[in-house]
Design a protein around this ligand. Structure first.
Ligand code: GTQ
Length: 351
């Protein structure tokens, strides 16, 4: 048919007819499917711990861990309400467990990270080994491992959960199992067993660890902080990262988890990173220090325990007013494996 004639009614009728046979014209949707650059559906956002903590304590009054299974307040990206997403691909939530409570054992294909925010005396158990939690610790629950949590301390314990279930669900590969028989699994291994086997740059000669996740599942904060402070003694800060380390799987040097990338970063007081962007929308949690993060045209002030999310491909800068330690997680580990991940180190803007 010639261009210029009014083809709209004929086209509409055609679309309707092919629609009945489960067909659709690509040319109507192509630009939205294959975009020139990332068109993020999430928004930058900050949750201050001061505003969330009272809700967590209220939740602890309202529902038991037994009823809730996991007593978590989901950090919902304000652009994606009701979807339990902090970024497009990742879940974020704050879990609270009160003294003498347990969260019962289950396992699922989705993997979780725990980043400890407040309190001491709680453990998370992974396939029979307990990791005792301290603020700043990064702990992994690998895919399909039994896990339960408990609090032997005298106050509430709160941690940030990061899960990859949206990736699992994208591929429609979710399985889950709960142990209806028992409220908790008694430890079958001594505390610190994984760190003893794999945490000293050695591994048992026939260790048999074939899982894709690091055999170390607890990365204590004091060790990570010490590594960063040692870097600071001998190196200049990187203009875009300050001092930044990635949590690695000691068996292959890759990311500690197969889907989720995790890092800890140190910015000395007064340091401001240069503009940077990458395709992995990222969740940042301040452990120590105060400062602000500029995300496109948004500015978020943060202090200890505050959480900031930065969308894919939006330039951002982090500025520290006092010595800062910042944990972060994103889907970069998955993106790299698929060949999707890109970054751009932007030049300083001329004033
Ligand atoms: O602790 O097992 O935040 O299964 C969401 C789903 C935590 C957990 C969450 C979970 C868990």
């Amino acid at each position: 048919m010639q261009e210029g004639t009014n083809r709209a009614p004929v086209q509409e009728e055609f679309f309707r007819r092919i629609g009945e046979d489960s067909l659709a014209p690509l040319w109507k949707v192509l630009a939205g499917l294959v975009t020139d650059e990332p068109k993020t559906t999430i928004r930058g956002h900050r949750w201050t711990y001061d505003e969330v903590r009272p809700y967590l304590l209220e939740a602890a009054e309202l529902v038991t861990t037994k009823e809730a299974e996991r007593r978590v307040l989901v950090l919902e990206n304000p652009n994606l309400p009701g979807q339990s997403r902090i970024t497009r691909s990742l879940f974020g939530g704050l879990q609270i467990i009160m003294p003498n409570e347990v969260a019962p054992p289950h396992r699922h294909v989705a993997a979780a990270l725990r980043f400890v925010i407040e309190g001491e005396g709680a453990y998370t158990s992974v396939d029979g080994e307990r990791a005792w939690m301290k603020p700043g610790d990064f702990i992994i629950t690998p895919s399909w491992t039994w896990h339960d949590h408990g609090n032997h301390g005298s106050g509430p314990v709160v941690w940030l959960d990061g899960l990859d279930m949206h990736m699992v669900n994208l591929y429609e590969t979710s399985f889950r199992e709960a142990d209806e028989e028992s409220e908790l699994h008694e430890p079958s291994k001594p505390d610190g067993d994984s760190l003893a086997r794999f945490g000293s740059n050695v591994a048992p000669i026939e260790h048999g660890h074939t899982a894709k996740t690091s055999p170390i599942f607890s990365y204590p904060y004091d060790k990570t902080k010490e590594a960063l402070l040692k870097l600071r003694r001998s190196d200049e800060p990187d203009p875009h990262f300050g001092f930044k380390v990635k949590y690695i799987n000691p068996l292959d040097g890759g990311w500690a988890m197969p889907t989720i990338a995790t890092c800890m970063q140190h910015l000395p007081a007064g340091f401001k990173t240069e503009r940077y962007r990458a395709t992995d929308s990222t969740v940042f949690v301040a452990v120590e220090g105060k400062g602000r993060t500029t995300v496109g045209d948004q500015v978020f002030e943060w202090g200890p325990r505050d959480i900031v999310v930065v969308p894919s491909w939006v330039p951002y800068q982090i500025e520290a007013d006092s010595d800062a330690f910042i944990f972060s997680y994103s889907d970069r580990a998955a993106q790299e494996k698929l060949g999707f991940w890109r970054e751009q180190k932007l030049k300083p803007t001329v004033q």
